[in-house]
Design a protein around this ligand. Structure first.
Ligand SMILES: O=C(O)CCC(=O)C(=O)O
Ligand SMILES: [Fe+2]
Length: 364
């Protein structure tokens, strides 16, 4: 009998590309392709979608305009626990134990005073709010289409995920969904070695993530969860997702995995640092995170898990992440700099709520 070599590394995953061409006529076919990709790998790219390239370029230009501002101006709109505002090197991943070397600015859907104060003043960043709002709406519009097909495909009412992420009208105060502009720091003249990541391995907490990347700024890699044979995939084979102009990378998050009774897979991914000979300048990306509203009740068609609200789900995920980050204490690979600690001072809350964890671990 032939023996099976269990030590052989798994073969790299193939990330399916799905075209939305002739959407109305091909709706059923596209639904099947989405379900197939989401069930088998949890990641796919979307092409022939309605978002014009110029709009994506304009959104990246806005992101650059914002991130180029002096730190004290950016800190006028600090991140709030409602998932909006600016943070700097404060997102600690349990897989690494150090904060991702990046900064980000998040835009939510809430319409209250707290949301209002998260916007940079017009005189600080001309045209930012108008442009970012327009892009956010456009991306949300597209994500609705995808989420409707995914809901039908797993046997739930069409509007389950769309109603459960951003209530359409009129009150969005419950929303945790967010458009997030990201800038990973310049790595020129630095050599971090193979164990240092721009974004440490993680799975997203949300329902569905849409990610825009820029050509020449690669680094995103994925490792489907079922192939993870070691903690966070160290030593496993990771599949790079090369940036392709116009293609949007989409992935299933943990909330959708639970909402589909684990049929759709939330897959581990990470952003590696550039290697010698590769472009080492900053990397920009823009993610749209469809997150369940605080009160949305998450339960799959076969009721494989008890009901949980979006709010409870996130609270539990944050707690797990916090504990894992504390347990990891891997800060020997990366000492939090004075600059980071100073930059985070005065923040009411920061990053994913894990900044305190970072500082606490640094002090331990
Ligand atoms: O910036 C990227 O390419 C990936 C970002 C990501 O995975 C995240 O923010 O959850
Ligand atoms: Fe992610």
């Amino acid at each position: 009998m032939p023996s099976v070599d269990v030590t052989a590394p798994p073969s790299p995953a193939v990330v399916p590309q799905i075209s939305l061409r002739d959407f109305d006529a091909r709706r059923e076919e596209i639904k099947e392709q989405l379900i197939d990709a989401a069930s088998n790998i949890g990641f796919f790219t979307l092409v022939d979608h309605p978002i014009p390239l110029e709009h994506v370029d304009a959104a990246f230009a806005l992101a650059e305009r914002f991130f180029d501002l002096p730190m004290d101006i950016k800190q006028k709109t600090p991140w709030s626990a409602k998932n909006m505002g600016f943070e700097y090197q404060s997102q600690v991943r349990p897989s690494t134990g150090y904060p991702d070397p990046k900064e980000s600015y998040q835009i939510g859907f809430r319409l209250d005073d707290e949301a209002e104060r998260c916007w940079p003043a017009e005189e600080d960043c001309r045209g930012f709010r108008k442009g970012a709002e327009a892009f956010k709406s456009e991306v949300r519009e597209l994500s609705l289409k995808v989420m409707e097909l995914l809901a039908e495909g797993v046997g739930l009412p069409t509007d389950t995920f769309t109603k459960g992420t951003v209530p359409i009208q009129p009150d969005c105060s419950d929303s945790m969904s967010t458009l997030r502009m990201l800038k990973y720091h310049d790595c020129s003249d630095k050599d971090f070695g193979p164990d240092y990541f721009r974004a440490g391995a993680h799975a997203d907490f949300d329902v569905l993530t849409l990610l825009f990347q820029r050509e020449g700024q690669d680094g995103l890699e994925l490792c489907p969860g079922r192939k993870l044979s070691t903690e966070f995939g160290y030593g496993d084979e990771w599949t790079p997702i090369k940036v392709e102009r116009g293609a949007i990378v989409i992935n299933v998050g943990d909330q959708l995995m639970r909402w589909s009774d684990d049929r759709l897979k939330s897959t581990f991914h990470r952003v590696r640092c550039p290697r010698e000979g590769e472009y080492k300048g900053p990397r920009y990306s823009i993610g749209f995170f469809n997150q369940a509203t605080r009160d949305a009740v998450i339960q799959g068609p076969n009721k494989a898990y008890p009901k949980i609200t979006g709010g409870e789900f996130i609270a539990q995920a944050m707690q797990r992440n916090f504990e894992a980050a504390m347990a990891k204490k891997k800060l020997q690979t990366y000492a939090i700099s004075e600059e980071t600690i100073k930059a985070n001072q005065g923040f009411e809350a920061s990053g994913t709520g894990l900044a305190k964890a970072a500082v606490a671990v640094a002090a331990a």
